[in-house]
Design a protein around this ligand. Structure first.
Ligand code: BJ8
Length: 426
């Protein structure tokens, strides 16, 4: 990697902390990803992105800013990338997946806050995230209580925090609220960018994001093959890069990877032998570099064939119909698309459980590993009834709760091994 010290200094990063973070990230990446056998050639692009995730990609963001484009950061898949692209903005995901500076985060947040939120604060207070520091606006959303309240603490720490309200029920008034919030977000984006959202710019944004989702959907479908043509770890990486990369280049790279995987499927080539135990991971999102659970699962003779998560299916399912003659028409189709998202913050939330079953069938999985971050009430609360229902429907399920530390890795591995053994005997 080139020397980006000047750029990081200009962004106000703490160079010592940033170095420490990069070395942990690089070490984990090398150990977990590069040691896998029989990886598709197409993963080389994603390896490159990871090598340059704080380098070349940030340089691109800085170049875009120099040309007058705005960088818009967000923590949730309810923030429509289509709207950001419609004002020629650059969308970046800010969720963080490492136990970094939790002591600092706990000076502002209660200890019993989920790791995802603590990590976001740890990164901010430690000044180690170039994406956050490069963001002209950070868009928050009133989803879970943890995020909703933590934005009050985040507001004074970032340049410009804009928070959207969110429905909690899939009702008509919920849909109206979501559309209204998206309309207000357009106003905000127009104001900061100085550009108007037009039918053309919005349709262009919709097409770009739809193509990105279609490429990821293609990848999902290829994972139904046995032997699995790609590991769950590599597929997760693609889903993680989804939030950082240039959308057009990303789409192209995923499609190239899929071309290769199609060949693999035709020839019966896989990353694990045919008949390897197949699982779906369902639950909280896994942000970079939160690879602990998938790494443990795939180290015990099982392969992950799908992620029912926002870094996965929930982020890429559903396309936005590019239909309409006015911005308002298009806003309706955008609202429709996003209102489908079955995040556990909704009550009740039956479509999520139905989709886990559907995924299990379509991807020919043997069972479900439900993953909740500790202190994540929405997903932990859904996991009990969901687990019982899945078992009753003949889908073996294990409920795991963990955080970003490595302390429970041994215990988790023992539980996963026992579960995989159960699936194997089935
Ligand atoms: S749409 S899942 S990205 S809110 S893990 S912070 S829920 S306490 S991330 Fe999410 Fe949007 Fe929903 Fe998806 Fe709260 Fe749970 Fe922490 Fe979470």
């Amino acid at each position: 990697m080139r020397d980006y010290t000047k750029m990081w200094t200009e962004l106000g990063l703490d160079l010592k902390g940033h170095d420490a973070l990069l070395s942990v990230l690089g070490g984990a990446y090398t150990n977990i990803f590069l040691s896998q056998k029989n990886r598709p050639e197409g993963m080389k692009y994603f390896d490159f992105v990871m090598t340059e995730v704080h380098g070349l990609r940030i340089q691109e963001l800085m170049d875009a800013k120099a040309q007058g484009r705005k960088v818009i950061g967000s923590y949730c898949v309810f923030v429509p990338e289509e709207l950001i692209l419609a004002v020629d903005g650059v969308s970046v995901g800010l969720c963080a997946g490492a136990e970094f500076n939790f002591d600092g985060a706990e000076t502002l947040l209660p200890r019993n806050t989920c790791s995802l939120i603590k990590s976001a604060f740890g990164f901010k207070l430690g000044k180690v995230c170039p994406y956050l520091e490069a963001s002209d606006v950070v868009v928050g959303e009133n989803t879970c209580d943890g995020k909703k309240k933590s934005y009050e603490m985040l507001a004074p720490l970032v340049k410009d925090l804009y928070v959207m309200d969110m429905p909690q029920m899939k009702s008509e008034s919920g849909r109206t609220l979501l559309k209204e919030e998206y309309r207000k977000l357009i106003d905000k984006l127009e104001k900061v960018s100085g550009k108007k959202v037009t039918v053309e710019s919005l349709k262009k944004g919709i097409d770009i994001v739809n193509a990105k989702r279609a490429a990821v959907r293609r990848l999902t479908e290829l994972r139904a093959a046995d032997p699995a043509p790609i590991s769950g770890l590599d597929a997760l990486l693609v889903n993680q890069v989804f939030f950082y990369d240039d959308p057009v280049r990303f789409t192209d790279s995923v499609n190239k990877l899929c071309d290769e995987l199609e060949e693999r499927v035709k020839k019966g080539i896989g990353v694990f032998p045919k008949g390897t135990t197949r699982v779906i991971v369902s639950g909280c999102p896994m942000a970079v570099p939160n690879w602990k659970l998938p790494m443990l699962i795939e180290s015990v003779n099982a392969v992950i064939v799908g992620e029912e998560s926002c870094v996965g299916e929930r982020g890429a399912r559903w396309i936005t119909e590019p239909k309409g003659k006015t911005v308002d028409d298009l806003l309706n189709t955008i609202t429709e698309r996003y209102f489908n998202i079955d995040c556990a913050i909704f009550t009740p939330n039956p479509s999520r459980l139905a989709y886990i079953k559907e995924m299990n069938k379509k991807l020919k999985a043997d069972g479900v590993i439900h993953y909740s971050l500790q202190f994540c009430q929405p997903y932990i609360m859904e996991s009990g009834p969901a687990g019982k229902d899945l078992e009753k429907s003949g889908i073996p399920t294990i409920l795991l709760e963990t955080d970003y530390s490595e302390q429970d890795a041994g215990q988790l591995k023992t539980r996963i091994e026992a579960f995989v053994e159960r699936l194997h005997k089935k």
